[in-house]
Design a protein around this ligand. Structure first.
Ligand code: HAM
Length: 414
């Protein structure tokens, strides 16, 4: 009996070559964009102590309550595959004394994240995020800069039908006072709420804004709004962020009902949505988290950042599969004794021409190799036999190269 074929786990996927090329060019574009704005490449482990997320992301969030891949290592320590990157960045900021560096400390990252969610289009259990964080300053220009960078990235990636939702949550005391006001409103009309929202009035009343339940929505239509309760300095901070976005000509919707799924946010929050996506329309989002570093045991440190989902960006950008990158040069082997020379020449050409060079490595006949080179779109074929010849695939002309210098020149010219 043939052995059973195994599949990738539920909610995960393989990145096949055409998609891999799209991801690679998106990553290159993101790294250039963020690098130019001073966001240095940062990496943290894919798993962390579970306590980091419990404390950082918040005990009452869906992420911590039901979406974490948590396991025990051989030493009995509870570890969790990271569901997001901000808590890890703050942990590293504290651990490496980054507060001693000139502020703001700007970090950017790209990598896999894990959430045990019900899989659907645009929602996976392993997904990739690109993210950026600025720590150590509460200057509103950082909020605006980060929002503009994400807008630029999404635009360059070709994400269609974008909408930016923007709001401010104020500081912790304002949020606490508002939380009490909102709880009182919800309790007064508890009978109209969904069972889920009712059960979480005490824990997380803000999530009621997220509900699709008609009764809950009616209650929320009359709910007090946090943006109307901001203290003077938070209101001024938010006004500056908006003014900078206005100056840059970036359109946004002020949306006081914007709820982010993480507990650490203070002041500015934002989310980019694409109507080109289905139910999972959030392509990227973030905000300020001025209390998080302190909450994780570090010095009082403001912070702001965002993350965007790579799969959602590519889904929303559409355009289907991109053709695989074409080799410029194909090195064909005319007879078996020439294989060693061909191998060495392919390497020399890669270094010398700086172009994509592929070598025959599947035992085809010379005729088969030329056909294959044509199919993959090679512009020149270097035929290595008794002599070395260069065939220009557009003109069909074939010329002999007497030495490596001439070979380089002929290849460059084709
Ligand atoms: P988040 O909104 O939870 O924020 O995730 C950011 C983005 O990751 C989402 O907009 C979405 O594109 C993508 N994403 C999230 N979950 C999934 C999933 N299950 N499948 C596919 N894509 C997904 C954060 O993670 C915060 N750390 C952002 C941040 C950084 N805030 C401040 N700094």
């Amino acid at each position: 009996m043939a052995p059973e074929r195994l599949k990738a786990p539920r909610g995960t996927f393989d990145v096949l070559p055409a998609d891999g090329e799209r991801r690679r060019s998106l990553r290159t574009a993101a790294e250039r964009l963020l690098g130019d704005a001073g966001y240095a490449a940062f990496e943290s482990p894919v798993f962390e102590d579970t306590a980091l997320f419990a404390r950082g992301v918040g005990e009452s969030t869906d992420i911590v309550q039901k979406e974490m891949f948590t396991f025990e290592d051989q030493g009995g320590r509870s570890l969790t595959l990271r569901p997001e990157g901000t808590a890890g960045a703050c942990r590293a900021y504290i651990e490496h004394g980054m507060h001693k560096r000139p502020a703001p400390v700007k970090l950017s990252y790209w990598g896999p994240f894990f959430r045990h969610e019900a899989p659907q289009a645009g929602r996976y259990r392993q997904f990739a995020q690109v993210g950026a964080e600025a720590l150590g300053s509460d200057d509103p220009s950082l909020d605006a800069e980060l929002i503009l960078l994400l807008a630029e990235l999404l635009e360059r990636a070709g994400v269609a039908q974008l909408r930016l939702r923007l709001s401010s949550l104020g500081d912790a005391p304002t949020r606490a006072a508002y939380g009490e006001e909102l709880r009182a409103h919800l309790r007064a009309r508890a009978g109209e709420l969904s069972a889920e929202v009712r059960a979480r009035i005490d824990q997380n009343p803000l999530r009621a804004f997220d509900s699709d339940h008609p009764g809950t929505r009616a209650v929320m239509d009359d709910a007090p709004l946090l943006v109307e309760r901001l203290g003077a300095s938070d209101a001024a901070h938010f006004a500056t962020v908006r003014a900078l976005l206005d100056d840059a000509g970036l359109a946004y919707d002020l949306d006081p009902t914007l709820v982010r799924g993480l507990d650490y946010y203070t002041r500015t929050v934002f989310e980019f949505e694409s109507a080109a996506l289905g139910a999972q329309r959030g392509v990227g989002g973030g905000g300020r988290y001025d209390g998080l570093v302190e909450q994780l045991g570090g010095p009082a440190t403001p912070g702001v950042g965002w993350a965007a989902g790579i799969e959602r960006i590519l889904l929303a950008a559409g355009g289907g599969e991109q053709p695989e990158a074409e080799p410029k040069v194909y090195v064909a082997v005319a007879k078996p004794e020439a294989a060693r020379r061909a191998f060495a020449l392919a390497r020399t050409l890669r270094l010398g021409v700086g172009a994509r060079v592929e070598l025959e490595q599947a035992g085809r006949s010379l005729k088969g190799q030329l056909k294959h080179a044509d199919r993959v779109g090679a512009r020149a074929v270097v035929i290595v036999g008794d002599a070395i010849e260069v065939k220009d695939m557009r003109s069909g002309a074939q010329r002999t190269a007497r030495d490596e210098d001439e070979l380089m020149r002929l290849v460059r010219e084709s």
